[in-house]
Design a protein around this ligand. Structure first.
Ligand code: ZN
Length: 143
């Protein structure tokens, strides 16, 4: 079973690469402008986390590029591991035969060895903005 802190980290990492969280009930996709601050997660991320883990939303909200809801990830069948391909957190079924997939299946421009990886440590917000910008530019150039 994935713990709350693992699922939160999973979201925080992918937010740093520009993936949004989808909230079907209100037809919204959200991403915090700022993921980290000097002492850890930003208040904006904390607010969004509270929203997507409340009883109304947790069964429906999911990260863009994935099919598993936050509620599912917090159920006993699921766990969060590091993706073998890109080292980012990805959900995996602990029991059963469903094949796991990482968000990077969905991204043409990730993993990218030229860019530093997102981290959960502090004081790297600026660096991550640079990563995000360059990913967005690449996406633009590809399309
Ligand atoms: Zn991956």
């Amino acid at each position: 079973m994935a713990e709350l802190t693992q699922v939160k980290k999973y979201l925080a990492y992918w937010f740093q690469l520009g993936q949004k969280i989808i909230i079907p009930r209100t037809n919204k996709s959200l991403i915090p402008k700022k993921v980290l601050n000097d002492s850890g997660y930003s208040s904006e991320l904390e607010k969004l986390w509270a929203l997507v883990t409340n009883d109304c939303n947790r069964q429906y909200c999911y990260l863009e590029g994935t099919n598993e809801s936050i509620g599912e990830l917090l159920s006993p069948e699921w766990d969060i591991i590091d993706c073998a391909r890109c080292n980012m957190p990805m959900p995996i079924v602990e029991l059963g035969i469903q094949s796991a997939s990482c968000v990077c299946d969905d991204l043409d421009n990730w993993p990218n060895n030229e860019l530093p990886n997102p981290r959960s440590s502090v004081n790297n917000t600026e660096r991550l903005m640079i990563i995000r910008k360059s990913l967005l530019n690449k996406q633009k150039n590809n399309s």
